[in-house]
Design a protein around this ligand. Structure first.
Ligand code: ADP
Length: 195
């Protein structure tokens, strides 16, 4: 029995933090296209070299690249109970490709969570993260592009999922533990994962 979660939300909203907590509690595997791409950049692979400038500018990497990344990552983690997709899909083509990949093994997306954070809050979080992690795309210019990209890709991807199901809102303005509690409640309503 597998269980697959799409975790949607603006840059620096806390998706990664929450996905890691949920991952260890439920045996799901977090797949963050952003993390995988940053690892490719750090390792200076061909793919990383192709992606670096696009990422630094805050633009979207091509569908072919990110779909390939997800396909590989899923194949490598085939023993996971399911996946938390974080930062993917960001286009309808990616969403459709994901549905098709899962369907091949009789799986589907079981829940779509949307982490909601006020605009000024994630700008503050980005500045904090820039100081802590030194990510090369946490600059003011790239941030503006990433927020604009978020608005446009959420307007593309959310309707795709809305046509299939209800999207579950999560209030990302609360403390980390309270956000986790909301997510666990939402997951519990869909399936008793802890069982
Ligand atoms: P953010 O905090 O901006 O949401 P991510 O770590 O999710 O950061 O992504 C960082 C960058 O990696 C994005 O700005 C984009 O260039 C690239 N990227 C990540 N996931 C995708 C995707 N699904 N499609 C296209 N580009 C992606």
């Amino acid at each position: 029995m597998s269980f697959n979660v799409v975790f949607f939300g603006p840059p620096a909203a806390g998706k990664g933090t929450q996905a890691k907590i949920i991952e260890s509690k439920y045996g799901l595997k977090q797949l963050s296209t952003g993390d995988i791409l940053r690892a490719e950049v750090a390792a200076q692979t061909d793919l990383g070299k192709q992606a670096k400038d696009i990422m630094d500018a805050g633009k979207l990497v091509s569908d072919d690249i990110v779909i390939g990344i997800i396909e590989n990552a899923m194949a490598q983690a085939s023993d996971a109970k399911g996946f938390i997709f974080d930062g993917f899909p960001r286009t309808q083509a990616q969403a459709k490709a994901l549905d098709d990949m899962l369907a091949k093994t009789g799986q589907k997306i079981d829940i779509v969570l949307e982490l909601k954070v006020a605009d000024d809050a994630f700008l503050d979080r980005i500045k904090k993260r820039a100081e802590e992690e030194g990510r090369s795309d946490d600059t003011v210019d790239a941030m503006a592009t990433r927020i604009a990209a978020y608005r446009s890709y959420s307007a593309e991807v959310l309707p795709y999922y809305q046509a299939q199901r209800d999207i579950v809102p999560v209030d990302g303005m609360q403390a980390v533990d309270d956000v986790t509690t909301q997510i666990e409640q939402a997951l519990g309503k869909v399936q008793n994962l802890a069982a």
